[in-house]
Write a protein that binds this ligand. Structure first.
Ligand SMILES: C[S@@+](CC[C@H](N)C(=O)[O-])C[C@H]1O[C@@H](n2cnc3c(N)ncnc32)[C@H](O)[C@@H]1O
Length: 198
C-alpha cells in the first residue's frame, strides 16, 4: 500500500559511488520503501513531540536524515541517531550533519532498525509502513523508558491509543498519490512493570 507515502525523492547517488563501502545490511531486511517526510511535516512532528534541549531523538528508518538533523539544529535537541538499511542514504545523512556543523551530536548508521538499541531515546520518530507497525510497537514497548514520546507519520500502532493526533495540510506541490494532508500520531510510553524510568 504505497498510497499513504509522500513523494519518493532520493538524494543523488553519484557523489557516494566512489567510496561506497561494503554493505552490512541486506535489502531483504527492508520493511518500508524510501519516501521523504516533507520539511513542513518534519517541523510539525518535532513540535508535536515537544522536542527540546533535553532530548535525544532516534529516527528508525532515517532516510536522508532530515528528522534527526532538524531535531538538533532547529529544536536544540542534545543529540540524535538515525538508522537505515540504505547505506547511500546513511552516508548522505552523515555528510549533511557534518555540513550543518552537528556531526559530533548526530550519527547515522547502516543497520536494521530491529537490531538497533533505542533505549537511550527520549523521542522516537518513524515513517514506516502499516504492516510492520505491530512489530515496531512491541520493540518500542520493550526498550523505551516510561515517558518517552513516539511520533509516527501516517501510520498508527494497533492497540496503542495516541495522546494527540495532528493533521497537516499539504500544499498542492506535495500532493502525491492523492494525499492532501499528513496525519501525525503522538504516543507516550506508559509506566509498566519492569520498565526503568530515567
Ligand atoms: C518512508 S522512509 C522514511 C524516511 C525518513 N524517516 C523520513 O521520514 O523522511 C522509510 C525508510 O526506512 C528505511 N528502512 C526500511 N526498512 C528498514 C529496516 N529494516 N531497518 C532500517 N531502515 C529501514 C528505508 O530505507 C527508508 O529510508
Amino acid at each position: 500500500m504505497l498510497a499513504g507515502l509522500v513523494a519518493v525523492v532520493a538524494p543523488t547517488r553519484a557523489w557516494t559511488q566512489a567510496a561506497a563501502p561494503a554493505p552490512t545490511v541486506s535489502e531483504s531486511q527492508r520493511v518500508a520503501p524510501y519516501a521523504v517526510t516533507p520539511d513542513l511535516v518534519v517541523t510539525e512532528m518535532l513540535k508535536l513531540a515537544r522536542v527540546g534541549p533535553k532530548d535525544f531523538v532516534v529516527d528508525l528508518g532515517s532516510g536522508d536524515g532530515r528528522l534527526v538533523i532538524a531535531a538538533v539544529r532547529e529544536f536544540g535537541a542534545r543529540g540524535g541517531l538515525g538508522v537505515d538499511i540504505d547505506r547511500y542514504l546513511v552516508d548522505y545523512a552523515n555528510a549533511k550533519a557534518g555540513e550543518a556543523g552537528i556531526g559530533d551530536r548526530v550519527q547515522f548508521y547502516a543497520q536494521d532498525l530491529f537490531a538497533t538499541d533505542v533505549s537511550r531515546a527520549t523521542v522516537v520518530t518513524i515513517y514506516l509502513f502499516p504492516g510492520i507497525m505491530p512489530r515496531v510497537r512491541d520493540k518500542l514497548w520493550a526498550e523505551l523508558a516510561p515517558g518517552t514520546r513516539v511520533v509516527s507519520h501516517q501510520f498508527t500502532f494497533p492497540g496503542w491509543t495516541p495522546d494527540a493526533v495532528a493533521n497537516v495540510p499539504l500544499p498542492h506541490s506535495l500532493n502525491v498519490f492523492g494525499r492532501t494532508d499528513a496525519e501525525l500520531y503522538l504516543y507516550t510510553v506508559p509506566a509498566r512493570p519492569g520498565a526503568v524510568s530515567r
